[in-house]
Design a protein around this ligand. Structure first.
Ligand code: NAP
Length: 474
């Protein structure tokens, strides 16, 4: 998504001398790699597009994964980016010297670039759980981002480990469609109710008119809801925090009547502490007669199923590991070495960091889209990337025009920014809400944007050049 955005923006600025490197044989990132049953984006469809390339043809209020993938493929083709893209090229290193980034790929290919844009995603490397016996299972076992479509689920007893957004979507899709479904929950999650109706053919046709689509998107109300949401994350006493929390509690209260099941599904942490899950039907799904919520902790995986701490063996044909991703990898395992031998692993020895999620000291002309500690939340990362591009472009334009030869943030700028950001992050519900989540860095401090959406868009409007060091063209 972010690499395509960079390509489109460069072309629209009249720059044709660029290459997009993609390690797979197709574009799509998250939406290419995730193909699990029920895959849905939880951002409203019409808002989950580039601002300059709206899509009137979404079939549902929340975009189904395959439609998102088709959208990106369509945009990629429309903007004729194929000629700029090298597929099946996995970058393994980037070293800066002589005013250029020198890139090496797993294939042995090399390239050089004045400006390097990292658009390699956030949640990318699947995280396998440290459950003993993973290799001993004789059925089909896979991470949810590596779904095995050769397995016939209709005759399978399926176990899903994990109840983040992924696990919840899969259980909602499979309940009643497989002979037996076991959902292994380590920590209960708050679930926000959401509508996910269909757009009729007539509605989709009417959205071909940009004015009708704009009206349907209700931009002021949507932006107000995003602002209220981010306010809720940083201020537990805010109106938004109260109304979101109340909606989650009422959803559980009204949807689950069995007191034993309700107790199992009741989290001990505050709503929003973990990434909020939006689901129209999880509580209905888990109450289906063939669905079973398992809250006993997993002891081990055996040849025929999952054994829990109470000694029960849950016999299974398929185990889907919805256990998330390594949120601290970013472009790693690439080796990245900047000016004076500064390398990424040293710079990130304690945790990943970048000035405004975009620039790093001694990494001249290297910019990140969706870099560390940026605003990853329940709103559109496409929108976030567009704002980040606006900021990046202002930094790189003087390099491309030859006005300066290098730009990156200063060490002091990053240090001061990180201190301020970390302090603010300690005031958020991710920190104070009493839970563990992938938002927390190795210090236990939320690795995210701890201010509002409005603060983010304001920050991205223009760089503060006093925080950057530049080298004049020699
Ligand atoms: P996740 O939120 O990191 O959830 C991982 C789940 O696996 C948690 O329930 C965790 O339990 C459980 N788990 C991990 N190790 C375990 C173990 N050893 N034993 C038992 N349970 C274990 O991962 P995800 O659901 O794939 O979602 C990741 C992110 O992707 C989301 O937060 C979201 O940003 C994005 N996503 C978005 C959408 C969307 O609609 N836009 C859909 C899917 C994913 P604990 O809670 O106890 O740690």
């Amino acid at each position: 998504m972010a690499g395509i955005l960079a390509g489109i923006k460069l072309k629209s600025a009249g720059i044709e001398n660029f290459t997009i490197y993609e390690k797979a044989s197709q574009i799509g990132g998250t939406w290419r790699e995730n193909t699990y049953p029920g895959l849905t984006c939880d951002v409203p469809s019409h808002h989950y597009t580039y601002s300059f390339e709206r899509n009137p043809r979404w079939t549902r209020h929340l975009p189904p994964g395959p439609e998102v993938q088709a959208y990106f493929v369509g945009v990629f083709e429309k903007y004729e980016l194929t000629a700029h893209t090298c597929f099946n090229e996995e970058a393994i290193s980037a070293h800066y010297h002589g005013g250029l980034w020198h890139l090496t790929f797993a294939s042995g290919k090399t390239d050089e670039a004045t400006v390097l844009i990292m658009a390699s995603g956030v949640l990318h490397h699947p995280k396998l759980p440290d459950i003993p016996g993973l290799d001993s299972f004789e059925g089909a076992l896979f991470h949810t981002a590596r779904w095995d479509h050769t397995v016939d689920l209709s005759t399978s007893r399926v176990g899903v480990v994990g109840n983040g957004s992924t696990g919840v979507q899969i259980v909602s899709a499979l309940a009643g469609k497989v002979p037996a479904l076991f959902h292994f929950q380590r920590t209960a999650q708050w679930i926000m109710p959401v509508e996910n109706g269909h757009f009729s053919e007539a509605e989709q046709l009417s959205f071909e008119d940009p004015e009708t689509l704009r009206a349907a998107m209700n931009m002021p109300e949507y932006l107000a809801s995003v602002e209220a949401y981010t306010q809720a994350l940083i201020d537990e006493s805010s109106e938004g925090a109260k109304s979101l929390g109340d909606a989650c509690r009422a959803n559980l209260e009204q949807s689950v009547l069995d007191p034993v099941l309700k107790k199992k599904l009741t989290p001990s942490h505050q709503p929003l502490c973990k990434r909020l899950i939006f689901s129209p039907d999880y509580y209905q799904a888990i109450q289906h007669p063939s669905a079973h919520l398992v809250t006993e902790s997993i002891e081990r995986i055996e040849a025929t199923g999952i054994r829990t701490a109470d000694g029960v063996l849950h016999e299974l044909d398929v185990i889907a590991l919805a256990t998330g991703f390594d949120a601290r990898a970013f472009m790693r395992p690439m080796t990245i070495t900047g000016r004076g031998g500064t390398n990424l692993d040293t710079l990130w020895h304690d945790y990943p960091k970048a000035y405004y999620a975009i620039s790093m000291p001694d990494m001249p002309n290297l910019f990140m889209l969706n870099g560390p500690n940026g605003p990853v939340g329940n709103f559109s990362l496409i929108d976030i990337s567009e704002h980040q591009w606006n900021y990046i472009w202002q930094l790189m334009e003087p390099v491309l025009s030859g006005e300066i030869s290098e730009v990156c943030c200063t060490r002091d700028a990053l240090e001061a920014y990180e201190e301020k950001r970390s302090e603010a992050a300690k005031q958020t519900v991710w920190f104070k809400g009493g839970c563990q989540s992938w938002y927390l860095d190795s210090r236990g401090i939320p690795a995210s944007w701890p201010w509002t959406y409005g603060d983010f868009t304001a920050a991205m409007a223009r760089p503060d050049w006093t925080q950057f060091e530049t080298v004049a063209t020699g």
